[in-house]
Design a protein around this ligand. Sequence first.
Ligand SMILES: [Fe+2]
Length: 197
Amino acid sequence: MAIAGSPAVAPPPLLSGAGPRQVAMSLPHRPAGPLTGFDGAERLARPGLVTTALQLAARAPSWPGMTSPSHRCWDLMAASDAFEAWVIAWPPGGAIELHDHGGSAGAVVVAAGKLLETSVVDQTSGGVALQTTAIAVGRHISFGGRHVHDIVNAGETPAISVHVYAPRLTSMTYYRFTDGVLHARDTIHGQLATAVA
Ligand SMILES: [Fe+2]
């Protein structure tokens, strides 16, 4: 099925939605490098990512395996050489810890329920702090390649979200935030990330 509208990225075929994926985190952990900067072309892609995520969000609640999740689960909805789109189901309390997206820009649309995003933001003093934003159904966030965040379903009902990334995810680094300092922990490498969010 083609995606309606005119996304800024080439519309891919929707995948079959064969069911949610639960992939063990078996890839090797490697030392994380520093966050890197990105040019303006990457930022220009963000409106197209939001448009694509909003279009796919209409299909997300009926995607196989996404209702009544007992744990956080996900499936690839669409992909091309340029980007990929995931649907994720979040039970109450479902969460992913602080992470980046390996340099990919992204957009997240909530298709059901409500999610809380906590992101790492620069302070004028030169340090970093945490900032939490509620994302209600139908709302979205978008971010560039340096974005670090966590996401949790703090509500009492399941939530469903669509996540679009460009370029496609190749790695994710996890962090801990201690005493105002962001510490890189582990990096997962792979074309299809094993812990999407
Ligand atoms: Fe994320």
